[in-house]
Write a protein that binds this ligand. Structure first.
Ligand code: ZN
Length: 284
């Protein structure tokens, strides 16, 4: 009896390990695309070499980080360019860079070469027009796959879409302020004022409760110190929509009318998505 009890406990433990590993593979794939595959390679190597004591944990973490870094920064960029004509957006360029590190650490900054050129040129023009201006990108696309969505953005699946942050000024001094009031890049919204077209309320009334969800999750305490810079944001949108490569740009109707933007490329994305008064969505 004792034999069967020990055997059953061992089987249960093995099963739970398997479930945990499958969960890790799925999560890493959803979040980083190649992380799940790297994790499987890591498990395979780990089986071949067993380290002892405290060294085991340190070496295991180090091994995974090393494999993930080689894959993300040495192998994936070449494969993405050769197979899908996608390039990683710049990380250290003073005119165009990621707002948050997670974007490039998780391979969420790949775009088609055509979009890459438009973004870099637009950001450089912005910096020439308004010195000290850095344009920040948020989520773009994953490096590989013809239809691999970068969740939660279902449409960011082909290298042809990117989200950009708004520009801000310091609320007290009125001086250009780089960065964003949101730690995530999303969720701190430039809400409709009295008399504006109020799509958040309209979408909520239609039953689309996901529409304003991020605003409830993301801390809002920095909102007071960042003032939306309509002048520079309008200029960037005009530069982007003037490019023949850009076919659509999503921003909220109340911001479009506040900035007096008239390009037919500017659209409202509908209530099924999330709010676009915290960022600009641009696509080829
Ligand atoms: Zn988008």
């Amino acid at each position: 009896m004792e034999f069967f009890r020990v055997k059953f406990t061992a089987m249960k433990k093995r099963f739970l390990y398997l479930v945990l590993r499958v969960f890790i593979v799925i999560m890493l794939t959803i979040l980083t695309q190649v992380g799940g595959l790297v994790y499987l390679l890591y498990l395979w190597i780990k089986q071949k070499h067993s380290f002892i004591g405290w060294k085991r944990r340190v070496l295991n973490i180090g091994l995974f980080v090393l494999l993930y870094s080689i894959c993300s920064f040495a192998i994936v960029p070449t494969v993405a360019y050769k197979l899908y004509n996608r390039k990683a957006l710049p990380i250290t360029n003073s005119a165009l860079q990621p707002l948050r590190m997670y974007t490039f650490l998780m391979n969420r900054h790949y775009v088609d070469e055509e979009l890459y050129e438009v973004l870099v040129n637009s950001a450089e023009t912005m910096q020439l027009t308004y010195p000290e201006t850095t344009t920040y990108f948020l989520d773009a696309c994953f490096p590989l796959g013809a239809k691999f969505p970068l969740l939660p953005h279902w449409s960011h699946n082909d290298g042809r879409k990117v989200d950009l942050a708004f520009y801000y000024k310091d609320s007290e001094t009125g001086i250009y302020k780089n960065g964003s009031p949101s730690w995530l890049g999303y969720g701190v919204c430039e809400s409709p004022k009295a008399g504006d077209k109020d799509m958040p309320t309209f979408c909520k009334e239609q039953g689309f409760f996901q529409y304003s969800m991020l605003e409830k999750i993301v801390p809002q305490y920095k909102k007071e110190t960042y003032h939306f810079d309509a002048k520079r944001t309008k200029k960037l949108i005009e530069i982007l929509t003037a490019s023949p490569s850009i076919k659509k740009l999503f921003i909220k109707p109340h911001l479009q009318s506040r900035m007096q933007l008239t390009s037919p490329k500017i659209r409202f994305h509908g209530c099924h998505a999330v709010r676009h008064d915290d960022h600009i969505h641009v696509q080829l």
